[in-house]
Ligand binder design. Structure first.
Ligand SMILES: [Zn+2]
Length: 316
């Protein structure tokens, strides 16, 4: 085989390996840890948030730089897993929210499912939303990521207009997302990309004071455990058919299921939390009590060890 053919053969092999590395189908979340051991770690995301088990903690408000409000030019690209949108603007930064230091905007992307009852990565008391948007920020000094996550709920018909002020309905946010979907739905082949002007502030909606917080990971390989998660209480509401092109042209679904919480605690920034209608979701195993039982077990082990030492020293 000539050097030229060898090179082509190796490139095809590498390309094949990369292309089949992970997905949401045959090489889906259940087997990711075979190639990416961190995906089987104890600080993984997403999680099912049992709201009754969260602890109230008044965390600081987020401070977003003014460029979040103005329109910025984004390049939306289908990267083989999702549509990811990036910008050249280096002035999109995030502080506050009890994060340490300044986090700079990296990209945003979506997760979705086959219908309006499934698609979000995070679950609330075992319930899923139609989708979830992730705005990823990064602190280059600490290599930490901060992800601002918005659950996305969908309306099935256009005609619905609620008179209830408590309904999560934000026309500014919905029309900004429509702009995004109008462009993104045309990106059906890997590496397809398009330019689009968007305001991050409009995409994110209005209420950013009420949220859940926990320490987790990337929800895709390599599942790096360096993410401070913020999941906002108020969802973004869209028309359901916006997701249809993603469902039919890209993937049937693109989300990872909830991972074990282990010893982690989930905090919330709002005082009152209503008990879940699902009884099981109110049963909490707190990190504290887990810690206590570990200490208790250690004490028992120490007593056994001391008793054994006394017996042995009496014999000899
Ligand atoms: Zn994501």
């Amino acid at each position: 085989m000539s050097v030229h053919f060898k090179t082509i053969f190796i490139l095809i092999l590498i390309n094949k390996c990369l292309a089949s590395d992970w997905d949401y189908l045959e090489h889906g979340p259940d087997v990711w840890s075979e190639h990416y051991p961190t995906c089987g770690g104890e600080r993984q995301s997403p999680i099912n948030i049992k709201t009754a088990c969260t602890i109230y903690q008044p965390l600081d408000q987020f401070i977003l730089t003014p460029d979040h409000v103005t329109e910025n030019n984004f390049i939306a690209k289908y990267n083989g897993h999702t549509i990811s949108s990036e910008t050249n603007n280096k002035n999109l930064a995030l502080q506050g929210g009890n994060l340490t230091g300044t986090f700079y905007f990296d990209s945003f992307h979506l997760h979705w499912g086959p219908n309006h009852n499934v698609g979000s990565e995070h679950q609330m008391n075992g319930l899923k939303s139609a989708g979830e948007s992730h705005f990823v920020y990064r602190n280059a000094l600490t290599n930490e990521r901060a992800v601002l996550s918005f659950l996305m709920e969908t309306r099935l018909t256009k005609s619905f207009r609620s008179n209830n002020k408590n309904d999560f309905y934000d026309t500014k946010s919905e029309s900004e997302w429509k702009k995004f979907f109008d462009v993104a739905q045309k990106l059906t082949h890997e590496n397809d990309s398009a330019s689009i002007d968007l305001s991050l502030n409009s995409l994110m909606g209005n209420n950013r004071n009420e949220y859940w917080r926990y320490a987790g990971s990337l929800t895709t390989p390599p599942c790096t455990e360096n993410v401070i998660w913020t999941i906002f209480k108020e969802p973004i509401v869209l028309l359901d058919y916006e997701f249809n092109s993603f469902r039919h042209e890209l993937f049937f679904e693109s989300f990872r299921g909830p991972q074990p919480l282990y010893y982690r605690q989930v905090y919330r920034t709002f005082r009152d939390e209503i008990q879940s209608k699902i009884p099981d979701e109110n049963c909490c195993i707190s990190a504290k009590s887990m810690g206590k039982s570990m200490i208790f077990n250690n004490k028992i082990n120490s007593i056994y060890f001391f008793a054994a030492f006394l017996i042995l020293s009496t014999i000899f």
